[in-house]
Design a protein around this ligand. Structure first.
Ligand SMILES: CC(C)(COP(=O)(O)OP(=O)(O)OC[C@H]1O[C@@H](n2cnc3c(N)ncnc32)[C@H](O)[C@@H]1OP(=O)(O)O)[C@@H](O)C(=O)NCCC(=O)NCCS
Length: 161
């Protein structure tokens, strides 16, 4: 599939001063605070620390007026990337910021060898599944009792070429 990256960026955020940068360990506590606000089953501090220490993992931040409001955590292999976590601070959700973060990521991987993007999402996370489907992600598989609370996971894939 040829990827249409004509920006899906939404109305309100066009007017907001947003920027992107790679995270460093000094950002860990702010990321953890957003993680705890956004998820019923958040990542632990140890899992985030391990991500910072893994050279194959990238943590990209989205900032609004220079304040961290969300992040995208990706695991890079040779020709595919796993989205491990995408999260926007709850009070900033539904304003197009998740879309901007994903747009930024998809634009950057256009210049690489990456052929597909994979992710797992809880079957109950309907809004996130809708969000991904808007970007062309398709259902690849379902993993039964994938999560620690025994919830199933949907495996979604976006083909880049
Ligand atoms: C999933 C998530 C990252 C999406 O980020 P977001 O910033 O809320 O998403 P966006 O605002 O870019 O888009 C989502 C939907 O919000 C709505 N929306 C976006 N901007 C809007 C606006 N200005 N006014 C009204 N509705 C709007 C739209 O329905 C949009 O869907 P569309 O693309 O069909 O228009 C975010 O909801 C989140 O962090 N969820 C909790 C963590 C999570 O579950 N992550 C996924 C784990 S797999």
């Amino acid at each position: 599939m040829s990827l249409d990256i004509s920006t899906k960026t939404k109305r309100i955020t066009r007017l907001i001063n947003t920027s992107f940068k790679e995270a460093n360990t000094q950002d860990l506590e702010l990321i953890l605070a957003i993680e705890n606000r956004a998820y019923t089953f958040p990542w632990t501090k140890q899992k985030l620390t391990d991500s910072f220490n893994n050279p194959n993992i990238s943590i990209r931040l989205i900032l609004v007026n220079e304040k961290i409001t969300g992040y995208l955590i990706t695991l890079h292999s040779i020709d595919f990337i796993d989205i491990l976590n995408i999260c926007i601070d709850p009070k900033f959700q539904q304003q197009g910021l998740g879309g901007r973060l994903l747009d930024d990521f998809l634009k950057r991987i256009q210049k690489t060898e990456v052929k597909s993007v994979l992710l797992e999402v809880r079957v109950s996370n309907v809004s996130a599944i809708d969000f991904y489907k808007n970007y062309g992600f398709e259902l690849l598989d379902t993993r039964k009792k994938y999560y620690s609370n025994l919830e199933d996971a949907k495996i979604l894939r976006l083909q880049i070429i």
